[in-house]
Design a binder for this molecule. Structure first.
Ligand SMILES: Nc1ncnc2c1ncn2[C@@H]1O[C@H](COP(=O)(O)OP(=O)(O)OP(=O)(O)O)[C@@H](O)[C@H]1O
Ligand SMILES: [Mg+2]
Length: 237
């Protein structure tokens, strides 16, 4: 369904306002939950120092500690995302940005039965010039599309970092059904979507391309019946 002409300005603006409001609410919630996690973590430390605890208790405490730390890390990523300044051109670490984006999708991906695999040359430094906040948004858009294309397939989305002489790339490859003819016809058009309104608004790839192009980068796509691959490129930093 192409909804190019349909959404009245009111709906668009109300949706944008909702997103901005949600982001603001989110940072409050993050702090709140984070405080609770600090208390849980502290209590676990105290309990852990009790003498002669049964092995089952020690094991449970370890599990609580691990999960508490993971939740706190996820919250930190979420906060960093909602607060990332969206202006300015900077030199940033692409590997870190991509790891954060993947971290933010961990819960959703796991629920869908999927995994995200990251491939990179361990020796390489992937520094790019752009804006880390916007870049993360672009990567998240590609990840969410890949997830939606692969829902229920119990396979891996493969994210590969690429370094070339004068540019750095992030490839997001899925094994979904490929782009439909309808999607191809208006891939980068704002509000062109094949999804139900709840699932997509047709802004992801439009925003992703605007972001990389505004930093003198580019977006590439290859697609076929065995999957779709997008590559985001930014100038090397
Ligand atoms: N990895 C993919 N596999 C298959 N189809 C895709 C993939 N990525 C995008 N598409 C198609 O391209 C269309 C446009 O994608 P885009 O991300 O711009 O919007 P959306 O996902 O529909 O909505 P939004 O991103 O705003 O939530 C999608 O509706 C879908 O049909
Ligand atoms: Mg999308």
């Amino acid at each position: 369904v192409s909804r190019e002409n349909s959404p009245p300005d009111r709906d668009v603006l109300v949706a944008l306002n909702r997103a901005a409001t949600a982001a603001r609410l989110m940072s409050g919630v993050v702090h709140e939950v984070n405080n609770a996690l600090q208390v849980i973590g502290g209590s676990v430390e105290l309990l852990d120092h009790q003498p002669s605890l049964p092995a089952t208790v020690v094991k449970s405490l370890e599990r609580i500690r691990r999960q508490t730390e993971r939740a706190a890390a996820t919250l930190a990523e979420l906060l960093a995302f909602t607060k990332a300044p969206l202006d300015g051109r900077e030199r940033f670490n692409v590997r870190e940005s991509v790891s954060r984006a993947i971290g933010l999708r961990h819960y959703a991906v796991t629920r869908l039965g999927l995994t995200i695999e990251m491939k990179a040359d361990e020796q390489a430094t992937y520094l790019a010039v752009g804006n880390a906040g916007y870049f993360q948004q672009a990567v998240l858009n590609l990840l969410v599309n890949a997830e939606q294309a692969m829902a229920g397939r119990h396979e891996a989305i493969v994210v590969t970092l690429k370094g070339e002489t004068d540019r750095v790339g992030v490839e997001v490859a899925d094994v979904g059904p490929g782009l439909s003819d309808a999607a191809r016809a208006s891939l980068y058009e704002a509000f062109a979507t094949t999804k139900e309104p709840r699932e997509g608004s047709g802004l992801g790839l439009w925003a992703t391309r605007s972001i990389v192009e505004s930093f003198d980068g580019s977006l590439e796509v290859t697609t076929g019946p065995t999957g779709t691959t997008f590559v985001l490129w930014l100038p090397r930093g």
